[in-house]
Ligand binder design. Structure first.
Ligand code: 5GP
Length: 187
């Protein structure tokens, strides 16, 4: 994990991952996906979890050479603050029929794991997917509450509230081109 000087941007106390580092992680995972799914009899469905996974999904998609179908889902698991509430709601459903398909869930971050456990259960047990694996940019492994497997992770991070590269603070700063730790003086 790198720490860069953010003296130019008082909203952050440090940069954890630059755009270049994130893109390298996406490339590493893209190669793994190609190797694992190239002989599949069906094209896997990438389900991008709105809103936070959009930037990361763009990177991952550019590095996957094999065919993938794409869809979006929106779940809400916390309400604009800095801590997960544990309550998960489906905001917008899928449009693709995933029955008997391999699903790759694209997430920004797995924190408690409750959202991911909810999605895997929904896709496999309720919607009949053949498999549901996750490609997450960040994995806060230490704070996991749900017993859920994280198959592909860009980076493992400690328990601190991060923003940027899709991750928001009160619905803003998703457009910041790096993952950083928020300056406690601004919240
Ligand atoms: P869960 O706790 O269910 O694993 O994570 C649910 C959601 O909480 C994530 O998809 C993300 O939107 C949000 N979240 C968890 N940790 C952080 C964080 O450090 N920063 C931001 N901005 N959102 C987070």
């Amino acid at each position: 994990m790198t720490t860069e000087n953010t003296s130019l941007d008082p909203r952050f106390s440090k940069v954890l991952f630059t755009h270049e580092q994130i893109d390298e992680a996406a490339q590493r995972i893209g190669k793994q996906i190609d190797a694992e799914y190239q002989n599949s009899d069906q094209v896997p469905v990438m389900v991008i979890v709105l809103k936070g996974a959009v930037m990361w999904a763009g990177d991952v998609m550019r590095h996957i050479k094999s065919d993938v179908e794409q869809d979006f889902i929106n779940v809400s698991s916390y309400h604009g603050g800095t801590a997960s509430t544990g309550e998960i709601k489906l905001v917008t459903p899928l449009t693709v029929d995933i029955k008997n398909r391999d699903v790759l869930i694209i997430e920004d971050i797995v924190d408690t794991g409750l959202s991911l456990a909810f999605l895997k259960r929904l896709f496999v047990s309720e919607m009949g997917a053949k498999s549901a694996r996750v490609i997450t940019m960040l994995d806060k492994k230490a704070v996991r509450k749900a017993d859920v497997e994280v198959e592909f992770a860009g980076f493992e991070i400690e328990d601190e509230f991060v923003v940027g590269y899709g991750l928001d603070y009160k619905e803003i700063w998703r457009n910041i081109p790096f993952v950083g730790v928020i300056n406690p003086e601004v919240i």
